[in-house]
Design a protein around this ligand. Structure first.
Ligand SMILES: [Cu+2]
Length: 134
C-alpha cells in the first residue's frame, strides 16, 4: 500500500518537475475554453462559502496532503505551513506564494479550471497535495 503510494508520488513528482520546467501555455488556453463550457453547464452559485485546504510540511513529512476534491467554481483558500522556506506552486493555475517557518502561505483563488493539479514546494520539488477540480 505505502509502496504503491510512494510510486505514485514519484511519478507525480516527475510530472511536476517536467511541467515546472515547461510552463506549458497550453494549459491556459485549454482552461479558458473549458471553463466557458463549464459555466453554462453547472450552476456553481452554491460555492459562496468557499473551501479551505490546510497542509503542512514539517520534518520532511506532509500532513493534510493527498488528493483533495474541489467543486468547480469554488473559492479555494490554501493554507500552507512549512518548517523550511520555500515557494508554494499551484500548478495549472500557476500561482506562487512564499512560505517561511514564520509565515504560512495563503493562496486564494477561484477553482475555475477543471482538472487535477499538483501543489508543491517548488525548491524542494515536494508535492504537498493534488487538487481534483471537477
Ligand atoms: Cu511547481
Amino acid at each position: 500500500m505505502s509502496r504503491l503510494l510512494r510510486a505514485v508520488g514519484a511519478a507525480a513528482l516527475a510530472l511536476s518537475l517536467a511541467s515546472c520546467a515547461g510552463k506549458a501555455p497550453d494549459t491556459a488556453a485549454a482552461a479558458t475554453s473549458s471553463s466557458t463550457a463549464a459555466g453554462s453547464s453547472s450552476s456553481s452559485a452554491s460555492s459562496a462559502a468557499g473551501q479551505t485546504i490546510q497542509v503542512s510540511y514539517a520534518g520532511g513529512t506532509i500532513t493534510g496532503g493527498g488528493r483533495v476534491p474541489v467543486k468547480l467554481g469554488t473559492s479555494v483558500t490554501l493554507e500552507v505551513t512549512s518548517d523550511v522556506a520555500d515557494e508554494v506552486h499551484v500548478h495549472g493555475y500557476d500561482l506562487m506564494q512564499d512560505v517561511t517557518p514564520d509565515g504560512p502561505a495563503t493562496v486564494t483563488f477561484d477553482a475555475t479550471i477543471p482538472g487535477v493539479f499538483e501543489v508543491e514546494l517548488e525548491e524542494l520539488g515536494r508535492q504537498l497535495l493534488t487538487l481534483q477540480v471537477q
